[in-house]
Ligand binder design. Structure first.
Ligand code: BTN
Length: 270
């Protein structure tokens, strides 16, 4: 699938007088990982706003050290930012990106939600994911790479969905091409980061929670049953533990770190 740079640049310019992130596009046919290529460019002096886009990846990286299978037809991109935040808050970049991309896709008519912590979901299936990597010095983030993979026309596993097949099932095509989807994703990353740094984590978090599909889900953690009630500013899942009348819990709520449990894709599978 050919990627058209002019089409993408035109889509990015629509209705925007100035950029919060000054995007500088680097487009490749194939790289091991757009995150890795972007780190190499940053080491050679690339600045915040640098973007790496690839038609396919041969060693795509997923969350928790997993592989991200990346055949042609999907979107694989990474954006560099230089956030001035504490390392302990690094997950805020992922929350911001998840919200921003979902927000922009919803503006186009694609009813995307967020599955904690970093999955973009459509019809309870995974449409895409986010992998944020950071460089830290003295407890502060000095550089960050936000990587996003979205299923456009590529084959997906049973728990996945691609946007083209969803649009066909809806008999509508709000996202007309790969370049439009790419610009929507880039604008989404920009909206999320801008919201976080200009409006703050409380506002960002309330917007993220509005799109979170897991509120009210029942989860088991360490043999305790609880109900998902929120996410805190470090990205931890807030769960209210259930008890019967005979038991009193010392800690009625717990916070579960990203990567500790998986919530599953179908409500019925909880
Ligand atoms: C996840 O596991 O859900 C996150 C997947 C993130 C994949 C994207 S594809 C573009 C960027 N480059 C990578 O190597 N990974 C991210």
């Amino acid at each position: 699938m050919e990627f058209n740079r002019q089409k993408l640049e035109a889509a990015l310019e629509t209705g925007q007088e100035s950029r919060y992130l000054p995007f500088s596009l680097h487009i490749f046919e194939s790289v091991p990982s757009t995150n890795q290529t972007l780190w190499e460019l940053l080491n050679q002096g690339a600045t915040p706003g640098t973007v790496v886009i690839a038609t396919q990846q041969t060693a795509g990286r997923g969350q928790w050290g997993r592989q991200w299978i990346s055949p042609a037809g999907g979107i694989y991109l990474s954006v560099a930012i230089a956030p001035k935040i504490d390392a302990i808050d690094s997950y805020q970049l992922t929350l911001a990106t998840a919200w921003g991309i979902s927000f922009q896709l919803r503006q186009c008519g694609v009813s995307v939600g967020i599955k904690w912590p970093n999955d973009l979901v459509l019809n309870d299936r995974k449409l895409g994911g986010i992998l944020t990597e950071t460089k830290i010095n003295k407890g502060k983030i000095t550089q960050a790479v936000i990587g996003v993979g979205i299923n456009w026309a590529n084959p997906v596993p049973e728990t996945g969905i691609n946007l083209e097949s969803w649009q066909t099932s809806q008999h509508s095509k709000p996202i007309s091409c790969l370049e439009m989807l790419t610009s929507t994703v880039l604008l989404g990353i920009e909206s999320g980061v801008q919201c976080l740094f200009q409006e703050g984590i409380s506002i960002l978090l309330s917007r993220y929670l509005d799109l979170l599909t897991n509120i009210g889900d029942q989860v088991y953690f360490n043999n305790l049953l609880g109900t998902v009630v929120g996410v805190n500013s470090q990205g931890n899942l807030k769960v209210n533990l259930q008890t019967d009348d005979t038991k009193t819990l010392i800690t009625p709520e717990i916070y579960i770190e990203p990567g500790t449990i998986s919530l599953g894709y179908h409500k019925s599978s909880v």
